[in-house]
Design a protein. Structure first.
Length: 418
């Protein structure tokens, strides 16, 4: 209730279980229970918000004026479904608590989600529902006041590896060359040594361009640097490399810099704390934001670890290979831990597009269509449009060719019109 009314609608609410207090109140008021008292603004309640823990729930999805919804109500209810229970189900990630088959990285698969199965993954349904709730309240209480929401645009830049070829050291450069030769990637071998001999710039070295673009178009941008130890999925430059530290410091002078938690920090809070400490020591600033490598979330334990490691904001809530709204919303929310039945301090910032998902569309024209489609859906409800691109995907080498041009083009358009 507090999230819907305070965070999303910008109004304060008071709760009561006393009928006489409810009747005496002269302003806008809503009953949320099984039976209406009289002819008031009533939403029939589902059992979900009155239960403890979680269970495997059978859900039937229906349409409400062409928007999917679930937990249907009766005719006496102002809305045809329990908006609060349905919103809670999606925001709490209730479905990720019940038994499911994980993917190879221990993640909840997008195809297992209710949103994917019923075709509403690309709709911020919670925000649409709340906007319609607001209109229903205004029809019943025309004098009710709601502050106007503002669209927020945020670009997240992942830096899993600062450079494609340079600053890797002699052993890694020779090893990479041998691997490329054995795989008949002769063009890549040539590209590597053109970079190493400073004939051409490193394809992943996009930092100056991105910072220039950020300043020119006033685009809120956060850079998440990987500073974990070298591993199978973590191949950044050594944290002991002076040039790498200088790069992080220089970016932090002009933009927000925070932590990309390594693949190996998953379920290892000591590693998570150590990586946070490393980055703090480099930029001499507090680190409160985090993104998890490969979007490795296992709820609720991962978020418990983030809170215990002193993070207050997460930017992982999305799917790596699917665009859309994993939690059904484009509005940041506080994570509610179903296992403890309590709201945590962790602010979850939902991601709707990651560059890995856009690659599946095959070409930039198709990717543009889906990018603008998601942007328009967020703009209609004045939510937060948060996307993730990596400095690597913006490189102009190999399969990533053209992604930097794509990024500059689409963001120039949406930043110019706002």
């Amino acid at each position: 209730m507090k999230h819907v009314f305070t965070q999303m609608l910008g109004v304060q609410v008071v709760f009561t279980t006393k009928v006489e207090d409810f009747i005496a109140h002269e302003g806008p008021k809503i009953t949320y229970c099984k039976q209406a008292l009289q002819n008031e603004f009533h939403i029939k309640s589902n059992e979900l918000l009155f239960e403890q823990g979680f269970d495997d729930i059978e859900i039937t999805v229906q349409n409400w004026e062409e928007v999917p919804c679930f937990f249907p109500t009766s005719e006496k209810s102002v809305l045809p479904f329990d908006i609060f229970a349905a919103s809670f189900y999606l925001l709490s990630r209730y479905e990720e608590y019940v038994p499911h088959v994980k993917d190879e990285h221990g993640r909840f698969p997008a195809k297992e989600s209710l949103a994917y199965k019923h075709g509403f993954l690309e709709i911020p349904v919670v925000d649409v529902w709340v906007a319609r709730l607001k209109q229903a309240i205004l029809r019943r209480f025309p004098d009710a006041l709601f502050p106007k929401k503002q669209l927020k645009i945020l670009s997240v830049i992942d830096v899993p590896c600062a450079y494609t070829f340079k600053k890797k050291g002699l052993v890694r450069s020779i090893g990479g060359s041998i691997t490329d030769i054995l795989n008949f990637k002769f063009k890549r071998v040539l590209e590597r040594y053109k970079v190493l001999f400073k004939i051409t710039p490193d394809p992943s070295d996009n930092f100056e361009k991105l910072l220039w673009f950020r300043n020119k178009y006033h685009l809120d941008t956060i850079f998440f640097f990987l500073v974990g130890d070298y591993g199978t999925y973590d191949k950044n430059i050594s944290i002991n490399n002076k040039s790498f530290k200088e790069l992080i410091k220089s970016v932090a002078d002009y933009s927000i810099v925070s932590l990309m938690a390594s693949y190996n920090s998953f379920k290892n809070i000591d590693v998570l704390r150590e990586e946070r400490k490393r980055l703090i020591n480099i930029i001499n600033q507090p680190i409160k934001r985090v993104r998890l490598r490969f979007a490795r979330l296992e709820l609720p334990q991962t978020y418990k670890d983030l809170v215990d490691a002193d993070f207050t904001e997460d930017y992982t809530m999305g799917y790596q290979y699917f665009v859309g709204f994993r939690a059904g919303t484009c509005t940041p929310f506080r994570f509610y831990d179903l296992s403890l039945e309590m709201q945590t301090i962790l602010k979850v910032n939902p991601i709707c597009i990651q560059d890995d998902a856009l690659k599946a569309y095959g070409n930039s024209d198709k990717a543009e269509v889906i990018f603008y489609k998601l942007y328009d859906s967020v703009k209609k409800v004045n939510g937060y449009f948060i996307t993730v691109f990596s400095n690597e995907s913006m490189g102009n080498y190999g399969n990533e060719r053209g992604f930097r041009k794509f990024y500059l083009k689409v963001y120039k358009k949406i930043c110019t019109e706002n």
